[in-house]
Design a protein around this ligand. Structure first.
Ligand code: SF4
Length: 407
């Protein structure tokens, strides 16, 4: 999104990384734990995932997670940490490891929300997850033909029975994918209705994206698979969820009141969180940092008590502003309060009008929001707004040069 030279490769140089943590003594509000194992690797998935869950490797990995957390616990204060999120990968394959790990973390804080991503093929019982409060099922679609295209290893019946069995006991999310070749908007709407009838309180719906490094991405690039050109009708049918009382609290996320995902809100609100496990990201203050994506390296570094961090990015003031706009506009029901942005708002609004961008936006009570009928081109609108921001910065720099009193 933002290019800058402040990305630093830090492999093996954990001491300077540590000293920056010691100085600040941050209080993360959430912990993300990445579990990279899956029974299969889906052809569209670009997460670090799909690693076969061999017993010894899984055992070693969970041991390393504890050790990594303990390394951080010497420097960070977890007393205000209220969310725990097990993502992946397929963490739901390992309920007893997750339960034990959660017990271990509870020595450091009380969690308000504990989420686990589960694959509907896992054939597990709600009682296996009694340590959790929120279960997120990767349903993707109920349609068998589309499930086959996505390379999923579960059936319509697996999905229905999971949602119906778990919904009475947890705040349940169903993840969907739309824009699958040959999928119609009404089929997508049918998926959403079935999920609602099965008792879910939260729905995530993501557009199928052909990431370059995936088999799907390669096929799309070679012209072997064609994705739908106009996805706006899919966004339109999703308004059904709002008609039945859900709130679109983020562009891809809908929930009934009281069922918003508190952990994901930390990301969208730019709060501090710690990620542990291979390939995980963290944000503490104005620094984002990432662990290695190499599982072997992750394990060996942790076993030698070296932080497996391979990338540190210092967020500049300008990048902070971009993030506030990008994440704020994704929170579609809330929008961005432009008077909180610390920019020349008059100039910013003038440029938005001149560039014709106000046709895509609602402006009310100092907040800009993307109009619902343009959500399918949100990325384009946000990119255009970034251009306007660049111009606003340039003009304020010119303004400063013309006014020596600023110096
Ligand atoms: S099960 Fe989920 S995490 Fe694993 S490969 Fe498939 S989409 Fe990715």
């Amino acid at each position: 999104m933002i290019s800058d030279n402040s990305v630093v490769e830090v492999e093996g140089k954990s001491s300077s990384f540590l000293s920056s943590l010691i100085e600040k003594s941050f209080k993360p509000k959430g912990i993300y734990v990445h579990i990279p194992f899956c029974q299969i690797k889906c052809p569209y998935c670009d997460f670090l995932s799909g690693i076969p869950p061999e017993d010894e490797l899984v055992k070693r990995y969970f041991f390393a997670l504890k050790k990594e957390f303990l390394m951080y616990s010497e420097f960070l204060d977890f007393s205000e940490c209220s969310t725990l999120y097990f993502g992946g990968g397929t963490p739901g394959l390992f309920p007893s490891y997750l339960s034990e790990f959660t017990e271990f973390l509870r020595k450091f804080t009380d969690f308000e929300e504990i989420s686990v991503e589960v694959n509907p093929s896992s054939r597990l019982l709600p009682s296996d997850f009694s340590f959790a409060t929120r279960i997120s099922f990767g349903i993707q679609t109920f349609n068998e033909k589309h499930l086959m295209f996505l390379g999923r290893n579960h059936s319509f019946y697996d999905s229905i029975s999971c949602l119906e069995n778990f919904s009475p006991h947890f705040s349940v999310n169903a993840d969907f994918i739309f824009g699958i070749p040959e999928q119609s908007p009404s089929e997508h709407l049918g998926d959403l209705k079935i999920a609602l009838n099965s008792g879910v309180r939260h729905i995530s719906a993501y557009l199928l994206t052909p990431y370059e490094n995936t088999p799907l991405g390669v096929k799309v690039k070679r012209g072997l698979v064609k994705l739908p050109e106009d996805v706006q009708p899919f966004f339109e049918v999703q308004s059904y969820l709002e008609e039945v009382g859900m709130i679109r609290y983020e562009i891809s996320n809908f929930a009934f009141e009281g069922n918003f995902c508190k952990h994901n809100l930390l990301y969208w609100n730019r709060d501090d969180f710690l990620g542990i496990g291979v390939s995980s990201w963290s944000k503490l203050g104005n620094v984002r940092f990432a662990n290695t994506r190499n599982l072997k390296l992750y394990l060996s570094q942790i076993e030698r008590e070296i932080f497996p961090v391979v990338e540190i990015h210092h967020i500049s003031k300008k990048e902070e502003l971009y993030e506030m706009i990008f994440l704020g506009l994704r929170k579609v029901s809330q929008g961005v309060d432009i008077f909180n942005l610390n920019i020349d708002t008059e100039e910013f609004l003038k440029l938005l009008f001149e560039r014709g961008l106000m046709q895509f936006l609602d402006f009310c009570d100092g907040k800009i929001k993307i109009k619902k009928k343009f959500l399918s081109i949100a990325d384009f609108i946000i990119r255009e707004i970034f251009d306007v921001l660049d111009l606003t910065f340039q003009s304020s720099e010119i303004h400063e040069h013309k006014n020596p009193s600023h110096l």
